[in-house]
Design a protein around this ligand. Structure first.
Ligand code: PEP
Ligand code: MG
Length: 315
């Protein structure tokens, strides 16, 4: 990629993975799913346990950015022994930030551990499943409270830790101009964004044929999110499976994405593609997709471009 500074980062789920991601060439960690810490029967991890885990990751990554997502429980992520109220539709129910805001002591403990760990590296904190500004207001109150407590206790932390939000709900993408004023960065979670935009349960094989990352409705939301973020001067990453799909790379580059985060194994290939595609070329290609009417038509065009433009036989 010419000129533009792009970052290709790793998704991890346990702290021990952090060491290995450097060997795969990761520029940082774009998504640390903190849920693993909470997957233990009948209790939540203490502040000290969380502090140790976050410190391990930050220390391993040195000056590279580490984006840690606050607890994303519920929906498709269930914890043994923890009994959620039986939502009739868990994917639309009490999950992720909704759960944390209803149980603020859980969020406060996690934020205390994160802020205390922040002195060990380059931390960014990210909130999942944001659907609108009201949640950000509540998060800001809790964050201010936690920072006040740590200051009073004389515990060191970095006061300027960037906080960002995941764009996973269509309403967040559609109001990304509003939300961009309240975030230091966006990260598009396409696994959920596609699911909610197309009303397709991402784990249900019967409707898997409708789960189309290149659906014009999905691409419009991604475009809107990136444009609104850039208009406010904040960067946008993408940390869903789509980031590691070689077919999507040129499209995401052409839409102006700033960073990709994926399973570490996918990094070398995506880096090679990124290096071999010019930004003007990617933008022009994406413009050529605009009149297309279906995900299938767009996917077909992308495959054709990849075959013409990138000779994988020599890779
Ligand atoms: C996403 O939704 O794209 C995402 C990265 O979050 P998760 O897969 O953990 O829901
Ligand atoms: Mg998600």
């Amino acid at each position: 990629m010419d000129g533009k500074r792009l970052s290709i980062e790793a998704n991890i789920e346990v702290p021990e993975e952090a060491e290995g991601v450097l060997a795969h060439g990761a520029d940082g960690i774009g998504l640390f799913r903190s849920e693993f810490l909470f997957i233990q029967p009948n209790r939540f991890p203490t502040e000290e346990e969380q502090l140790a885990a976050y410190t391990t990751v930050l220390t391993a990554m040195g000056r590279r950015a580490v984006t840690i997502r606050t607890l994303d429980l519920g929906g498709d992520k269930v914890m043994p022994g923890y009994h959620f109220a039986p939502d009739s539709n868990p994917l639309l129910g009490w999950r992720a930030i909704r759960f944390c805001l209803a149980r603020p002591e859980v969020l406060k403990t996690q934020l205390r551990a994160l802020l205390r760990a922040s002195v060990h590296g380059s931390l960014r904190i990210m909130f999942p499943l944001i659907s609108g500004q009201g949640e950000l207001d509540r998060i800001a109150e809790i964050m201010a409270e936690v920072k006040g407590d740590l200051t009073r206790e004389g515990r060191p932390f970095r006061a300027d830790v960037p906080t960002g939000i995941m764009i996973e709900v269509p309403s967040a993408a559609l109001t990304s101009d509003i939300l961009a004023a309240r975030a230091d960065f966006f990260s598009i979670g396409t696994n959920d964004l596609i699911q909610y935009t197309l009303a397709v349960d991402r784990g249900n094989e019967k409707v898997a044929y409708l789960y189309e990352p290149f659906h014009p409705g999905v691409l419009r939301l991604i475009r809107m999110t990136i444009e609104n973020a850039h208009a406010r001067g904040i960067p946008v990453g993408l940390c869903g499976e789509l980031a590691g799909d070689p077919l999507a790379t040129v499209v995401l580059l052409g839409l102006g994405l700033d960073s990709f985060s994926m399973g570490p194994i996918g990094i070398p290939l995506i880096k090679r593609i990124v290096r071999s595609v010019g930004s003007m070329e990617a933008e022009a290609f994406v413009r050529s997709l605009t009149p297309m009417k279906s995900g299938l038509e767009i996917e077909h065009a992308v495959r054709g471009w990849m075959e013409d433009r990138l000779d994988f036989s020599s890779w």
